[in-house]
Design a protein around this ligand. Structure first.
Ligand code: AMP
Length: 223
């Protein structure tokens, strides 16, 4: 792994202090469907040099390749339901230990989506001497989410971006995923971000939040 080493020093201004520990920068991008997780992930991986894990994209890839996981996932995704936790956790563990190996850090996009998934991520990272450094919560009003998803459905043709499935996905989000906000607020890692507005402005807010919370710097400020 390409790991960062930081010495504790009086000059250190970062809020998190790494005591000669080998650490990665692990970020969770959290928010409802249509909140802009995919768009902001792309900018984060570029500006902070991180590896991107999108469980939704990984599952769509399995569906396209007609794997066993893909066949199972398709049934849940088409209804707007969540794939069972065990399958998702297995997928994430495989990506962490293989595709993301050697990365400076990881952006988790669309994962975790349930409390058991968040517990599993915590354990997976702890076993590897790592943790979730920050959870970026993209907060967008519901009417705007529906508008964005319907537009995306028209433009990209994503099968689950139709009104009926969108409504199910938002309900699933409120019941199963939104409780994670308090989970991460209590853990002290939640960073609320207003997800309405211009992509660049939202990104600048996210990047500044990460810089303040972790001491990491983006490649080119205000890009
Ligand atoms: P997304 O691309 O993140 O909007 O995900 C699309 C669909 O994939 C979701 O509506 C779920 O059916 C499934 N999915 C993605 N991530 C997860 C996850 N972490 N847990 C369970 N199901 C997931």
């Amino acid at each position: 792994m390409l790991l960062r080493k930081k010495n504790k020093s009086k000059e250190s201004t970062g809020k998190l202090t790494y005591l000669n520990e080998k650490t990665m920068l692990n970020l969770v991008l959290f928010g409802a469907p249509g909140s802009g997780k995919g768009t902001q992930s792309a900018k984060l991986i570029d500006q902070f040099g991180l590896f991107h894990i999108s469980t939704g994209e990984a599952l769509r890839d399995h569906i396209a390749r007609e794997t066993e996981l893909g066949r199972i996932a398709e049934k849940y995704i088409s209804k707007g339901h969540l794939i069972p936790d065990e399958l998702i956790v297995e997928l994430i563990e495989d990506v962490i230990d293989n595709d993301a190996k050697g990365a400076k850090g990881v952006v988790f996009d669309g994962f975790p989506r349930t409390i058991p998934q968040a517990d599993a991520l915590k354990n997976l990272l702890e076993k590897r001497g790592e943790k979730v450094n920050a959870v970026i919560g993209l907060e967008v009003p519901e009417e705007e989410l529906i508008e964005r998803l319907l537009l995306r459905g028209k433009e990209s043709g994503r099968a689950d971006d139709n009104l009926e499935t969108i409504k199910n996905r938002l309900e699933v989000y409120h019941n199963q995923t939104h409780p994670l906000k308090d989970y991460y607020v209590n853990a002290g890692s939640y960073l609320p971000i207003n997800g309405s507005g211009k992509v660049e402005e939202i990104f600048n807010e996210i990047a500044s939040g990460i810089e303040n919370a972790t001491g990491e710097k983006r490649r080119s400020p205000k890009s």
